[in-house]
Write a protein that binds this ligand. Structure first.
Ligand code: ADP
Ligand code: UDP
Length: 236
């Protein structure tokens, strides 16, 4: 598979064309941003952890019946994926209160919910990714009702699979963000990444944070946290 021109450079990844118009190569960087891009930094080795961890999660989810964009890991930082048109919705599932949920509703972090919650943000940097509901998304033609129902169904399935999986590693899956896309054939698949950049992971015994909150909140031990969660995922 030949890597051709760069199509896009985002905050954490680059996307390259290939000689197959339906496939792209995603390349994971060590760059980290938070707070709508206001905080910038690098996390040494993050790209490798996020690439490898995402690919493991995508393969596990495929096995459990969730279609994904994953095709083949090419190297420690690069993966071949199906090219999709990203549905411009950040799909957020929560099992335990944290982050913007705690802030918005004035509750402490760490309260487990009776059932998981779902919310959408409109992926639009100029508007700073505002919270949006199904009806608004349909009104804006971001997706159809059928696509949104499928996305919700997949997102809750992802939660069930990953929550159970991480518990076996002594990790609580607090919340996470997913992105979905549409392939050339019009199929909705899980895309983007599943990593410590996009999930909150707390050690099940100590509640120690093993994710990007260490960077966001200047808690120190950022690289160690990424290494630790990856060590558990890879069984080393
Ligand atoms: P951002 O754009 O938010 O800075 P990244 O640095 O992660 O994010 O850039 C990766 C970009 O690639 C994102 O816009 C993401 O939606 C997009 N993307 C993820 N998976 C695919 C895919 N399979 N096909 C096309 N684009 C994708
Ligand atoms: N998240 C993400 N990208 C975003 C916003 C959120 O990956 O642009 C993830 C974040 O890592 C967390 C979950 O989605 O696991 C919920 O984030 P929250 O809404 O609490 O926002 P934050 O506290 O990150 O501002």
């Amino acid at each position: 598979m030949e890597k051709k021109e760069q199509l896009y450079e985002g905050k954490a990844k680059k996307v390259f064309a290939t000689d197959d118009e339906n496939l792209v190569i995603v390349s994971y960087k060590d760059d980290a941003t938070a707070f709508d891009g206001l905080k910038k930094g690098t996390i040494a080795g993050k790209g490798v952890v996020n690439n490898r961890m995402t690919n493991r999660m995508m393969q596990l989810l495929e096995k459990e019946g969730v279609p994904t964009h994953f095709v083949k890991e090419l190297s420690e930082r690069e993966t071949l994926v199906k090219k999709v048109k990203i549905v411009p919705l950040e799909v957020i599932i929560r099992n335990v209160s944290a982050g913007s949920f705690s802030k918005r509703y004035g509750v402490e972090e760490g309260i487990p919910f009776d059932e998981p919650t779902i919310e959408f943000s409109y992926k639009n940097d100029d508007l700073h990714d505002p919270l949006i509901n199904d009806y608004h998304a349909i009104a804006l033609h971001l997706a159809t009702r059928e696509e949104i129902e499928l996305i919700k169904q997949y997102a809750f399935k992802v939660n069930e699979v990953l929550k159970a999986y991480f518990l076996t590693l002594g990790v609580k899956l607090i919340d996470f963000k997913l992105e979905f896309g549409k392939t050339a054939e019009g199929t909705i698949v899980l895309a983007d990444e599943i990593s410590p950049d996009t999930c909150r992971f707390w050690d099940a015994k100590t509640n120690e944070k093993l994710d990007k909150d260490r960077f966001r909140r200047d808690l120190g031990g950022v690289e160690d946290a990424y290494r630790e969660i990856f060590k558990r995922v890879s069984g080393k």
